[in-house]
Design a protein around this ligand. Structure first.
Ligand SMILES: [Zn+2]
Length: 289
């Protein structure tokens, strides 16, 4: 039975503990890639509860802003209403992914909402499924653009897979796939650096030195085109229960076909394979067996 009275202070403590664990791990994983000022700022925090705030934010998703972590009051309200709907918590073992489809899958925000409902998550359990993605932001991975969110989510899933951390694997599905495609072209090491780079000039410079001008061109065109498509979705707020439906339908409208064309052209020029090609090849080899 879902508790309807939540212990907010206990939630704050739990999130703070997990946050500290994730930061230690991210520092270990990306070592010198983490911007030095960010590392110093986080190392100076003696009690992580000090940077966690439970407030009205106009969203239901946990997020990081100005080096502070916000747990929205609306999440408590929405989950309290959800818990009253028959079927809530019907499948306590519900999962959105397994280890083989953690990085690339077709999950969306709707998958996540269904998961929250079927598994019958409490607010703190719900926050925990978003926390790793947000901790990556706190550690210096920007979310300023759609492409950055794609890389942030890709890196979140990679680290969750490696360390068996909890994460929904439902965030920014379209952007994550594009980040993955770019990682196939540029390599993981460079994409790790791109994720934590301080600004656009630093990212472009890195690509120019490590790969070449075509990579700079592709990256900047993809960045720009994605933003154009992503902006209408991002500029809206989605509060409360109704917000869930609006958020899903608005996200469904995002169309990155021009981005895929740009990637395809680069792939043809440099003879690399896309996700689609890999899937075709694997189907062909399986049908031959
Ligand atoms: Zn994000």
């Amino acid at each position: 039975m879902q508790k309807e009275i939540y212990d907010i202070n206990q939630d704050k403590k739990e999130i703070a503990k997990l946050l500290q664990k994730y930061i230690t791990c991210i520092f270990q994983e990306y070592k010198e890639i983490i911007p030095i000022d960010v590392r110093k700022m986080l190392e100076n925090i003696s009690n992580f509860e000090d940077i966690i705030h439970i407030e009205n934010t106009g969203t239901i998703s946990l997020f990081v802003y100005n080096n502070q972590v916000f747990l929205p009051n609306d999440a408590y309200k929405v989950l309290k209403s959800m818990a009253k709907i028959p079927g809530f918590g019907l499948n306590k073992n519900h999962q959105t992914h397994n280890s083989s489809n953690m990085i690339i899958n077709d999950n969306t925000y709707l998958t996540f909402v269904k998961h929250v409902f079927l598994k019958g998550l409490s607010p703190v359990e719900y926050f925990k499924e978003i926390l790793l993605h947000e901790t990556m932001h706190l550690c210096g991975s920007s979310g300023a653009y759609a492409l950055y969110e794609g890389f942030n989510e890709l890196k979140t899933r990679e680290i969750a897979l490696k360390y068996h951390f909890e994460t929904s694997c439902c965030g920014y599905p379209k952007e994550t796939k594009i980040a993955y495609e770019l990682q196939q072209l540029f390599g993981k090491e460079i994409c790790d650096k791109l994720t934590f780079a301080s600004n656009i000039p630093d990212r472009l410079k890195l690509l120019e030195i490590e790969i070449g001008y075509d990579a700079v061109l592709l990256y900047s065109q993809v960045l720009k085109e994605m933003q154009l498509q992503f902006e209408p979705y991002m500029s809206k707020k989605y509060p409360g229960m109704l917000g869930i439906k609006n958020k899903c339908s608005e996200y469904a409208k995002i169309n990155y076909s021009k981005v895929y064309e740009l990637i395809k052209q680069y792939q043809i020029k440099y003879s690399t394979r896309s996700l689609e090609d890999e899937a075709k090849l694997s189907n062909e080899s399986q049908s031959k067996k």
